[in-house]
Design a protein around this ligand. Structure first.
Ligand code: ADP
Ligand code: MG
Length: 684
């Protein structure tokens, strides 16, 4: 008896050679075959009369052969069969190239269905190499035909026959990950029906029913796996912390925390009380006050007797963080230190010694903080910027050192709620969805080339008032075309400084610069040594320049909305009114719509939702997507609504049966274990 693991060679017609070819497509078992969903479909359901055919139609014609098919040799190795057919409304010429066997298969007087693309002209239509079968057949014509990904040595027909054989052999054995009640609640078809119809649908509706079930199932299993992973985080290896009095910290702040900040802090502190290491992401728009949330967590950890490490993506940012944190924590007798690459050897040695002895409570630096050479007395909390992708590997590295600290990751990239669970894998997410009071909106304008001179005048005006300006150009990338971009950003900066603003100080940073040079330039700009900073998006993860009040983005249409939002967050950080100008280099409707969304709102989440709607979710995943299992049929871009349902179903099921031990969840458990096992390292 064949089962799902049976080799494809079990199928008649598949021998060594074809099995090898199929292996190239990732198909080696019957399961793989059935799971090999069509890439698309060819709709061959339309049947037309010959007198209504128009060149370009792809349709079926039911007609009888009116003359004897004629075989002609065209040249060496090439031949053609010509035949005429008629359906009573008209006649059509059909030609087959290099299919001489057709001559004996098409019998004069008999009726066939032909499917193909119509050529010729009205009154004298023709088809070349149409598919045909007897009028009773519904195999290749008058149906919807699956179109599969192919490789050399495998034809569509062969694939479809193999899949049909695979289905017949073990379609009933396909694992069903949907508990019955979930299937009913969301009106999803049974598994067998879905597998049958996804390959061999009788109608467009069949495809829809099958797809809905399979997509839902794929999202559902992934959601269950991610949720399960979160629960499974190494229990009892963390540092349960206890400290009751946070008032002293809050009382000393120069402001009152927002409700959202308080909620996030409480969620994090609750985590840190447990012996399971925290893995929490704090997501909040630029300016929402994440630093204070981090400071509160550090305060708590230090008061409970632990050390903290705060990682920043660059050295200048580390320095800024060190200053801000010291200001908030030093009044409480907490020792904050900064570890940089530029430290003298003796200084560094001294710092490492004080870290090891526990004299330093909180150290700020780049990812070097978790490297082998840095030893702590008792590291209890790591705060990391999202850029570090502080994932499984880093946590493992820390565990190897004997620490399993709580981890708090900070992100300023708003992710639509639906995607957060997927994008952040096994991290718990807290959202700061409220800005501190009195924050002024950055006025944003989308403009065309015709406004350039006026914008230049505006730049001059801002600088004249003592303010600073960012001008951002699209990123310099690692390819040929981008070499031109690089040239253009350099040339552009040169032109600005020589011709447009010869009297102003213009600085330039781009991605191809050494990071030390970049940092130097940015630091100089932050210190007020330049009026205008021309930059590629490297400034996205930028330093705080409260005196910068104008962000100009060239070719803004080429950026993702979330990216633009990040960029805009670079201004409006001080007390001065700030502006963002978006040059739209495209005439397209979508570009205009997207940039309008930027002008309409300053709310990062609304913008993220809009970006998701207009461009799909690609931008939100970045390099994180690589950690996710490959989706076979579901798409984060087009199936968002099903993702939403699948997630809420997953929550319900896991709430009722967290370990998935109940019998009705057996199929689900199998699929979840399978996904976790195969992606153990990948998922965050
Ligand atoms: P983020 O890191 O989220 O972009 P920051 O932590 O840098 O934001 O905070 C931005 C500014 O807002 C800082 O100057 C900070 O002191 C201030 N701030 C933070 N929380 C509040 C609050 N609750 N009320 C008023 N100002 C706040
Ligand atoms: Mg910040």
């Amino acid at each position: 008896m064949p089962d799902l693991e049976t080799d494809v060679r079990y199928i008649k017609g598949i021998g060594e050679a074809r099995a090898k070819a199929l292996a190239k497509l990732g198909i080696s078992t019957l399961r793989d075959l059935v799971m090999n969903f069509p890439r698309t479909y060819e709709d061959r359901t339309q049947l037309k009369r010959i007198d209504e055919l128009i060149a370009g139609d792809e349709c079926c014609v039911m007609a009888s052969v009116t003359g004897t098919p004629v075989l002609q040799h065209i040249s060496k190795g090439r031949d053609m069969v010509r035949v005429r057919v008629s359906d009573g409304t008209g006649s059509m010429n059909i030609t087959y190239f290099n299919q001489s066997y057709v001559r004996d298969r098409l019998i004069p007087g008999k009726t066939y269905v032909f499917y193909g693309r119509v050529g010729g002209r009205i009154g004298l239509p023709e088809m070349v190499n149409p598919v045909f079968e007897e009028e009773t057949g519904r195999g290749a014509t008058r149906t919807i035909v699956p179109v599969y990904r192919l490789t050399a040595g495998i034809s569509q027909n062969m694939m479809s026959r193999a899949v049909a054989a695979g289905l017949a052999a073990c379609g009933d054995l396909m694992p069903d990950s949907l508990p019955e009640d979930v299937r009913k609640k969301y009106s999803l078809s049974i598994a067998r029906y879905a597998y049958e119809k996804i390959h061999f649908p009788g109608s467009a509706e069949d495809i829809e029913i099958a797809r809905k079930r399979l997509i839902f199932e794929e999202f559902f299993v992934l959601s269950c796996a991610l949720m399960t992973l979160r629960e499974k985080r190494v229990a009892n290896t963390g540092h349960p912390m206890k400290w009751d009095d946070m008032d002293e910290f809050f009382d000393a702040l120069p402001f009152t925390p927002t409700g959202a900040q308080m909620r996030c802090i409480n969620e994090a502190l609750d985590d840190m009380e447990r012996s399971v290491p925290m893995s929490r992401l704090i997501q909040g728009d630029v300016g929402s006050g994440k630093t204070m949330v981090a400071a509160a967590c550090c305060y708590y950890a230090v008061m409970a007797g632990y050390q903290c490490a705060v990682m920043a993506p660059t050295e200048i940012l580390a320095e800024q963080h060190a200053n801000t944190l010291a200001a908030m924590l030093a009044p409480h007798d907490i020792t904050v230190a900064l570890l940089t690459g530029g430290m003298k050897a003796a200084q560094r040695r001294n710092l490492l010694t004080r870290l090891k002895s526990g004299e330093i409570d909180l150290v700020v630096g780049t990812h070097a903080l978790i490297s082998e050479s840095v030893e702590y007395k008792n590291l209890g909390l790591v705060v990391a910027d999202e850029q570090h992708r502080f994932g499984v590997e880093q946590r493992a590295a820390l565990s190897r050192k004997g620490d399993a600290p709580h981890v708090l990751v900070m992100s300023a990239t708003p992710i639509p709620r639906t995607l957060a669970l997927i994008v952040y894998g096994d991290l718990d997410v807290s959202i700061i969805d409220e800005l501190p009071p009195g924050r002024q909106k950055v006025d944003t304008f989308a403009v065309g080339e015709d406004m350039r001179q006026r914008i230049y005048a505006f730049i001059r005006k801002q600088v004249g008032e003592g303010r600073q300006v960012f001008i951002v150009c699209p990123e310099v990338e690692e390819n040929e075309e981008a070499a031109n971009d690089l040239k253009s950003v350099k040339e552009y900066a040169k032109e600005l400084s020589e011709s447009v603003f010869p009297d102003l100080k213009v600085a330039l940073v781009h991605g191809k610069m050494k990071s030390a040079d970049k940092e130097k330039t940015m630091a100089a700009f932050a210190a007020g040594e330049a009026d205008i900073l021309v930059a590629t998006t490297v400034i996205e993860v930028g330093v705080d320049v409260p005196n910068a009040t104008l962000m100009v983005v060239e070719n803004a249409d080429r950026f993702g909305l979330s990216q633009l939002h990040q960029l805009r967050g670079r201004v409006g950080r001080g007390k001065h009114k700030s502006y963002c100008i978006l040059f739209n280099g495209s005439a397209g409707e979508t570009a205009a719509q997207r940039l309008k969304a930027m002008c309409d709102t300053n709310d990062g989440f609304k913008i993220a939702e809009e970006d998701l709607r207009l461009r799909g979710p690609g931008d939100f995943f970045g390099n994180r997507q690589s950690g996710l299992p490959r989706m076979r049929i579901a798409s984060f871009a087009t199936d968002i609504n099903l993702l939403r349902d699948a997630q809420s179903a997953a929550k319900d099921v896991l709430r009722a049966d967290p370990e998935l031990t109940e019998r009705r969840n057996a199929g689900l458990k199998w699929s979840v274990d399978n996904i976790i096992e195969k992606n153990a390292d990948g998922i965050n």
